[in-house]
Ligand binder design. Structure first.
Ligand code: KG4
Ligand code: ZN
Length: 335
C-alpha cells in the first residue's frame, strides 16, 4: 500500500510518500514570509499553503517515481493547528480522495510527532514516554501502543518553543528564537543567572513557561544595556538551562514512576543541543533508551503523517469525506 501524506497545520507545507517499508519522498516548504513579522501570521500561512500544496505534491510524486494511479490512500493532518492552514491540506486531500476514489485518514498531528522516530529507528517499541515540544505544544505522553495514548501532562500557559522565541525577541535576536538561543548559548555560562523553573517541584507532569518569560524580561530591565550586550550569551545560556531542566526532570520522573524504559522526543525544540546532551547523559546512566529524530523528522513533516495514516489504513480504517479541521484536536484515544 502506498500512502500520500500531507501536512499543513502551521507554517510548513509538506508532502510525503510512504509504502510501509520505505519513505519514497519527503518534501517540505518552510514559509519564510513570517520572519519579517516575528511570528506566524495565520492568514499569510493559509495563502502560502494554497500556492505550495500542488507543486509540492508533484515534487513528492516525482521523487518517489509514482503517479496518482499508484496512491492507495491519503493521510492528512486534521489538527491541532491553525484552522485556515489545516483546511487547505484537508480540502486538497478530500478532493483527491474523492476524484481517485481512495480512502482518506485525518491524522492527529501530535500522534505523528510521537511516531516520527520510526524512519531512523525502525526498532522503536512501545510503551514509551513521548515529550512533544514545539512552538505550540509542550506535552508529555505515555504511549502504550499504536492508537493507545495517555496524556500525562502539558503546559498551563506558553509552550516551551514560544518561550525560546520570546526570550530571543527580548534579547534583540531573530525569529524563530530557538535555534539562535541554542547557538548563542554554546559560548555562554548557564550558571550566570538562576532563572526560575516553574512547575518543577509540582507533583504532576505539567509545565509552565510564561513565568520564565517574565523573569527574563524583569532581569533584562534590571541590567544596563551595555551589561546585556556583553552578557548576551550568558543570559541566553541561563534561560536555556532553566527551560531545559524542567523538561528533562519531568520526562525522567515519568519514565521512572511509570516504569517505562524508553523516551521519545519530538517537535522543533527536540533539536536543542543542551536538551540532547542532558537527555543523553541521563538515559545512559539510567539504562533508558532515548529516541530523538534528526531535525527533518523533529520539526513538522508529512512523513510522520503518512506513517500514522498507513498504520490506520492497514487496519481498514477510513475517515470518509465529512470530517473537519480540528484546531484544538484532542482526538487521540485516551486509555
Ligand atoms: O515543531 P516546530 O518546527 O513547529 C511548531 O511549532 O509546530 O517547532 C518550532 C519551534 C519554535 O518555537 C522554535 O524556536 C523551536 O521550535 N526550536 C528550537 C530549536 N529549533 C527550533 N528551540 C530550541 N532549540 C532549538 N535548537
Ligand atoms: Zn508540530
Amino acid at each position: 500500500m502506498i500512502v500520500l501524506g500531507i501536512e499543513t497545520s502551521c507554517d510548513e507545507t509538506a508532502a510525503a510518500v510512504y509504502d510501509g517499508k520505505r519513505l519514497l519522498a519527503n518534501v517540505i516548504n518552510t514559509q519564510e514570509i513570517h520572519k519579517r513579522y516575528g511570528g506566524v501570521v495565520p492568514e499569510l500561512a493559509s495563502r502560502e499553503h494554497l500556492s505550495f500544496i500542488v507543486p509540492l505534491v508533484e515534487e513528492a510524486f516525482n521523487k518517489a517515481g509514482v503517479g496518482w494511479d499508484q496512491i492507495d490512500g491519503i493521510a492528512v493532518t486534521r489538527g491541532p493547528g491553525l484552522v485556515g492552514s489545516l483546511l487547505i491540506g484537508i480540502s486538497f486531500a478530500k478532493a483527491a480522495a474523492f476524484a481517485r476514489n481512495i480512502p482518506i485518514i485525518g491524522v492527529n498531528h501530535i500522534e505523528g510527532h510521537l511516531w516520527a522516530p520510526v524512519f531512523e529507528y525502525p526498532e522503536l517499541k512501545s510503551p514509551f514516554i513521548g515529550l512533544i515540544i514545539s512552538g505550540g505544544h509542550t506535552q508529555l505522553w505515555l504511549v502504550h501502543d499504536f492508537g493507545k495514548y495517555t496524556l500525562l501532562g502539558q503546559t498551563f500557559d506558553d509552550a516551551v518553543g514560544e518561550a525560546f522565541d520570546k526570550a530571543a525577541k527580548m534579547l534583540g535576536m531573530g525569529y524563530p528564537g530557538g535555534p539562535v538561543i541554542d547557538k548563542l548559548s554554546r559560548s555562554g555560562n548557564p550558571e550566570y543567572h538562576h532563572f526560575p523553573r516553574p512547575a518543577l517541584k509540582n507533583n504532576n507532569y505539567n509545565f509552565s513557561y510564561s513565568g520564565l518569560k517574565t523573569a527574563v524580561l524583569y532581569f533584562l530591565n534590571s541590567l544596563h544595556p551595555d551589561e546585556i550586550e556583553s552578557h548576551k550569551a550568558d543570559i541566553a545560556a541561563s534561560f536555556q538551562k532553566a527551560a531545559v531542566d524542567t523538561l528533562v526532570e519531568k520526562t525522567f520522573r515519568a519514565a521512572h514512576e511509570l516504569k517505562v524504559p524508553r523516551i521519545v522526543l519530538g517537535g522543533g525544540v527536540a533539536s536543542n543541543s543542551a536538551l540532547k546532551i542532558q537527555m543523553t547523559a541521563r538515559t545512559e546512566s539510567k539504562g533508558i533508551e532515548l529516541y530523538i529524530p534528526s531535525s527533518q523528522f523533529c520539526t513538522d513533516n508529512a512523513a510522520m503523517i503518512a506513517y500514522v495514516g498507513y498504520r490506520r489504513l492497514m487496519r481498514s480504517e477510513s475517515d470518509g469525506l465529512t470530517f473537519s479541521a480540528e484546531p484544538s484536536f484532542h482526538g487521540l484515544s485516551l486509555s
